[in-house]
Design a protein around this ligand. Structure first.
Ligand code: PMP
Length: 358
């Protein structure tokens, strides 16, 4: 089946990446794999725009969020967390699962947080601020750079979930004062699902030293120790094929040029939003918070129907709304391996699908 994945992830994986994964399965304790892993770790640092360590775990993005909580904190730690949708809520739920004392800034869905709200809520006794970069359930983007300017030289950790933005929307871990940055393989990084990445800076390693939450598989310190062996390794069998594949994706991004990749996302997102408006539809998110990786479109009680027609008749997979937005919006992903042709095809199929509904 040849389906186009215009979803918020997993997204289309280039043939070159799939072929790479097909070549062979390395044994993970060989020098050969170690060299690929080292190359991969350098590529990750580039895409994170950091000189710090980026850890890789075989897990969903949610694993990266949980790993961050269990490595950075101790029970009862006070945290300030922003939620602008489902994935902000998820991070908070994970924190509560591990007995953190979380104060929440709840933003109405479809909007992003304003810096003033963070300024007025962040206190000295908060250990960290947690923010989602691109909220995948709504397609709203938070101003991570501006918040980072405020977080500079603060004692608190600045933790950012960039699962659905890294590689599609600009983010600079070091320059924007982000202490822990989390992402995953299956979205703008155009690889299959199964890997999560966590960038950890020096300040955050200090927090890892004093954390008293139990962990075994997701132990950051152990993962770092293995990465720093004479030839880089992981404590347990890594997802070797996924690392080979994602390494190829990162190579493709480097070949296009990271900033060209961001520009392509911006151009295609604008083209898509303009096309949607021309179809007479309304966007769910205010202009100020537009996302260049995901667009949500209002479709009261027709969203699921449109989604089904798009998939069944046009082989284009899009997503519906989650939680309170079920059947109220559709979400179209335009990230990673996406071209103008794909955007045009999606708009054209949407037009034809809408004609069948109305
Ligand atoms: N955070 C964000 C912003 C996401 O978009 C997602 C996935 N949609 C996650 C976390 C969780 O990732 P996963 O589904 O891989 O667990």
């Amino acid at each position: 089946i040849n389906k186009l994945l215009m979803t918020p992830g997993p997204t289309n994986v280039p043939k070159r990446v799939l072929n790479k994964m097909n070549e062979l399965v390395f044994h993970h304790r060989t020098k050969e794999f170690g060299r690929v892993f080292e190359e991969f770790n350098e590529r990750l640092k580039f895409i994170f725009q950091t000189n710090n360590t980026v850890l890789t775990f075989p897990a969903a993005g949610t694993g990266g969020l949980e790993a961050t909580i269990v490595n950075m904190f101790s029970k009862k730690d006070k945290i300030l967390a922003v939620s602008v949708g489902v994935f902000g809520d998820r991070f908070i739920e994970i924190g509560k699962t591990f007995d953190l004392d979380i104060e929440v800034i709840n933003i109405p869905w479809g909007k992003g947080v304003e810096i003033e709200e963070i300024k007025s809520k962040l206190r000295e006794d908060h250990k960290a601020l947690i923010v989602t970069h691109n909220e995948t359930s709504t397609g709203a983007v938070n101003d991570i750079k501006k918040i980072g300017e405020f977080m500079k030289d603060k004692n608190q950790l600045y933790i950012v979930d960039a699962v659905s933005s890294l590689g599609g929307i600009e983010i600079q871990m070091d320059n924007w004062n982000i202490d822990v940055l989390i992402s995953a393989s299956q979205k703008a990084l155009m690889s299959p699902p199964g890997l999560t990445f966590v960038g950890v800076n020096e300040k955050a390693w200090g927090f890892a030293e004093s954390s008293n939450i139990s962990k075994y598989y997701f132990d950051f310190k152990k993962a770092k120790k293995y990465m720093e062996k004479e030839i880089a390794q992981t404590p347990y069998t890594p997802a070797v094929s996924l690392i080979l594949g994602t390494n190829e994706s990162l190579k493709i991004i480097e070949e296009e040029g990271l900033y060209n990749v961001y520009k392509r996302h911006e151009k295609l997102a604008t083209r898509f939003r303009d096309g949607v408006k021309k179809l007479g539809l309304d966007l769910f998110v205010d202009k100020k918070y537009y996302s260049n990786t995901i667009t949500s479109i209002k479709l009261q009680n027709k969203a699921d129907k449109l989604k089904d027609i798009m998939e069944d008749e046009f082989n284009i997979v899009i997503a519906g709304g989650q939680g309170i937005l079920k059947d109220k919006i559709i979400r179209v992903g335009h990230m990673g391996c996406v071209s103008e042709e794909m955007i045009n095809l999606t708009l054209d199929s949407m037009k034809k699908s809408l004609e069948k509904i109305y």
